[in-house]
Design a binder for this molecule. Structure first.
Ligand SMILES: N[C@@H](CCC(=O)N[C@@H](CS)C(=O)NCC(=O)O)C(=O)O
Length: 220
C-alpha cells in the first residue's frame, strides 16, 4: 500500500490520511511528490484522475480524495477502530469529518497550513472568525459528549482527530487564542507521535510555494 502525498509543510489534505495511518500503526510506503510553483503536485497525474493529493494505492489501484481514503482504511482495518466504536459517536464523527471536507473555506483561505512558519494575528477575517467559532463549538461538544475515554474528540484517536489535525497546526501558526478546553485538545493532538513526526519533517522542508504563502515577505 502506498500513500501519495505532497509537501508536509503545506499539504493539509495529505496530512490527514498520513496521520491516520501512522498513528494507527498501519504499514505503508510514502510517495512524496513536491508542489510546483503553482501548488500542483508534480507527477500526480500518474496516480489520480483528479491530479490532486492524497492518493492511496492498493494493489496498483488508486483511491483518491482524503475522505474516501479514510473510509477505505477504516473498512480494510476494522480491528484498528478508526471510527469510534459507539454508533452515536460514529455518526457525529462522520458528520464533523464531512463538515470539514466540504466547508471551512474562510479558515482555509485566510490561514493556509504552514507548519514551519509563525504569523501571529494574521488571517483573522469575518469568515475565518466564524469558522474558528464553529471549530471550537464542535470540538467542545465532542469532548464533553463523547470524549470521556481520553483527551481526543472521541476519547481515543479516530479519523476525526486526523481530520482536524491541520486545523490544530493552523491555530499554532497563526497563534489563534482559544478557550481552555479547545487549547487542551490542541495540545493533546500536538503530542501525538504521528503529528510530531509529520511536523518535524515539515520543518525540514525548504521548498517555497508562493501560492501557499500569502504572508511571507521574502522567499526562503
Ligand atoms: N477533496 C480533496 C482535496 C485535495 C486537494 O485539494 N489537494 C491539494 C493539496 S493539499 C492539491 O492536490 N492541489 C493541487 C491542485 O489543486 O492542482 C481531498 O480531500 O483529498
Amino acid at each position: 500500500m502506498q500513500l501519495v502525498i505532497s509537501n508536509k509543510n503545506y499539504s493539509s489534505w495529505s496530512m490527514r490520511p498520513w496521520v491516520l495511518l501512522r498513528e494507527a500503526g498501519i504499514a505503508f510506503e510514502e510517495v512524496q511528490l513536491k508542489f510546483d510553483d503553482r501548488g500542483r503536485a508534480k507527477g500526480v497525474e500518474r496516480y489520480s484522475p483528479t491530479a490532486r493529493v492524497p492518493v492511496l494505492v492498493i494493489d496498483g489501484e488508486s483511491v483518491w480524495d482524503s475522505l474516501a481514503i479514510c473510509e477505505t482504511l477504516a473498512e480494510r482495518y476494522p480491528e484498528k477502530q478508526l471510527w469510534p466504536a459507539d454508533a452515536r459517536a460514529r455518526r457525529t464523527a462522520r458528520s464533523i469529518c464531512a463538515e470539514m471536507h466540504s466547508g471551512f473555506q474562510g479558515l482555509r483561505g485566510a490561514m493556509p497550513m504552514n507548519i514551519r512558519s509563525r504569523y501571529p494575528g494574521k488571517g483573522l477575517t469575518p469568515e475565518s472568525r466564524r469558522d474558528i467559532e464553529r471549530v471550537v463549538q464542535l470540538w467542545t461538544s465532542c469532548r464533553s459528549n463523547h470524549g470521556a475515554d481520553g483527551a481526543l474528540l472521541f476519547g481515543r484517536f479516530s479519523v476525526a482527530d486526523a481530520y482536524y489535525a491541520p486545523v490544530v497546526t493552523r491555530f499554532q501558526t497563526y497563534a489563534v487564542s482559544l478557550p481552555p478546553a479547545a487549547q487542551a485538545y490542541c495540545d493533546a493532538v500536538l503530542g501525538l507521535r504521528a503529528l510530531r513526526e509529520w511536523m518535524d519533517a515539515a520543518r525540514r522542508e525548504t521548498e517555497f510555494v508562493a501560492g501557499d504563502e500569502p504572508y511571507a515577505t521574502h522567499h526562503r
